[in-house]
Design a protein around this ligand. Sequence first.
Ligand code: FES
Length: 105
Amino acid sequence: MPERRLFVCTNQKSGVGEDLAKALKKELKNQGVKSLVVDGEKVHTRIQTCNCLDLCKQCKKGSGAALVVYPEGIFYGNARPKDAERLVQALVTGRPVADLLLDVE
Ligand code: FES
């Protein structure tokens, strides 16, 4: 089964990345969308923590954390645990959370 992974930076002193990862795991479960059918294929989603995504301004300036959705390559910044519901919904709808999107070109 193909996998989608969300890598959440946990390199902040505040620990917000850890909290965000926990909130995302909880939301996936609450919304019952750990596995989704995407383009006719069942896709399993995993939340993983990682040390640094090299988007540090997004972790050090605001109160949130940076994360990336793989394999789509969608980058978010300044995401907080309260954003978990919207971030998980975006996986379902395929429409990214516009106000958290990062342009990392
Ligand atoms: S500290 Fe989060 S991306 Fe570097």
